[in-house]
Design a protein around this ligand. Sequence first.
Ligand code: ADP
Ligand code: ZN
Length: 537
Amino acid sequence: MTALQTLSPAPDSILHDVFGYDRFRGEQGAIVDHVVAGGDALVLMPTGGGKSLCYQIPAIARQRAGHGVAIVVSPLIALMHDQVGALHEAGVEAQFLNSTLSGEAANAVEKQMLRGEITLVYAAPERVTTPRFLAQLDSMYERGKLSMFAIDEAHCVSQWGHDFRPEYRALTVLHERYPGVPRIALTATADAITREDIVERLQLQEARQFVSSFDRPNIRYTIVEKKEATTQLLRLLERDHEGEAGIVYCQSRKRVEDIAQMLAREGIRALPYHAGLDAQVRQANQDTFLREEGVVMVATIAFGMGIDKPDVRFVAHLDMPKNIEGYYQETGRAGRDGLPAVAWMAYGLQDVVNQRRMIDESPAGEDFKQVMRGKLDALLALAEATDCRRVRLLGYFGEASGPCGNCDNCLSPPEVWDGTDAARKLLSTIYRVQQLSGISFGAGHIMDILRGKKTEKVAQFGHERLSTFGIGSEFSEAQLRGVLRQLIATGALAVDAQAFNTLQLTDGSRAVLKGEMQVQLRESVSAAAGGGGRQRS
Ligand code: ADP
Ligand code: ZN
């Protein structure tokens, strides 16, 4: 083996001769060296960071050193095809094994693999863990011809990730069955809890972790309060992105259709994409988006995985996503060419309520729901933030940074007002109403009481008798809504989706009531302009 090893070229020359690049980017070089030397690695690198080379170059180096074949576990058929195609162009022996191959073709690949004639074999996780495939790996392992494993999209192993795939769980077998064969797991999304889960589930406790910066400096983050969402979107597209390619994410299929039609009526080249569309239509729309210039894709989150279009100039969220990972992943599709791009999101109290309800009504266990609520709260805190968005976003992934100068809050610092007093008054109103009537009420009614509105409902329940009736008349409805969102975001107040979205005090309410917690809020511009606020019952 030593003779071969001396013949094997250095990773630098593979980078240059095979892939045509001058130098490694970021952590790539260190990762490659570590895996070539037989170490395990967990790689966290943002989309577009260059994860593929981190295992492709070690696979080539180890193959040339006589270690045999690398197995790449990948969940996406389209991605496998792209990668294998690109490797062929670079003159590297690579094949894939997935359901698109005929039995005969698969057999041929397997024979080649057993003879050690391929450098990389891409396979779906469910195939890798079949007894038949494991038997083939056994045979290669015994002959020292199983060079390494790469586990792409490693967050799929975790139910805390955004794309849990149960098949990934069975991959622990690789470590147990083939000790000593280096494994490299890669992902572009992993907050602390997902990362820990990956390490545990894939038994990567001994692996070295390589965490790249998740910053995408060319993306400008902007998060606005939702008022007339469609008008806001239209203004954004017409004012800043005329003729540019972008993605508009919506919560539901129906909304996707409506928005795509609305944009089309306004003369914008918009196409819908969601899982409910005919497969052919979906494919055609995707192809148009990729091939033609200036197409706006209006989509649910079904769209985007594995889509590599460099010149997406904006990603707009018309509804709030589930969590920060989702937000980061989706906004990350903007500006992959490194040129300025925009991530824009509109959010409102209704989004919070909808997302809460989806969590509450999901069939998952209570632990899971608790984690999901925590993740939603973190996203809300990002939306409500009055300081740098990027600092918050990167902080969520464990990365420290300074104010970026390229987000809405850095560029035009929002007016901040102290909502501590309003928050205390809201919470004590909720408390007193509950005491008096024995039931809870929704946001509209609570705000009416605080602002001293004599609505029918107020009269019906005798709520004008409460000591808090009218003590918040100086606050606008928009201001109070802001306070409510902030309280919900920080867990000082809960919305009970099962009981008509009524507001419920939590353990966290006490600190606010006692004045131990400051509530800083963004001043909503239109709140001042809007005057007295709308009457609600
Ligand atoms: P990821 O899988 O992390 O999203 P890819 O592996 O697809 O990223 O790489 C993104 C792009 O960057 C690809 O076009 C790739 O060829 C290019 N790339 C990766 N590493 C380098 C490098 N060292 N020098 C130049 N280009 C690179
Ligand atoms: Zn900033």
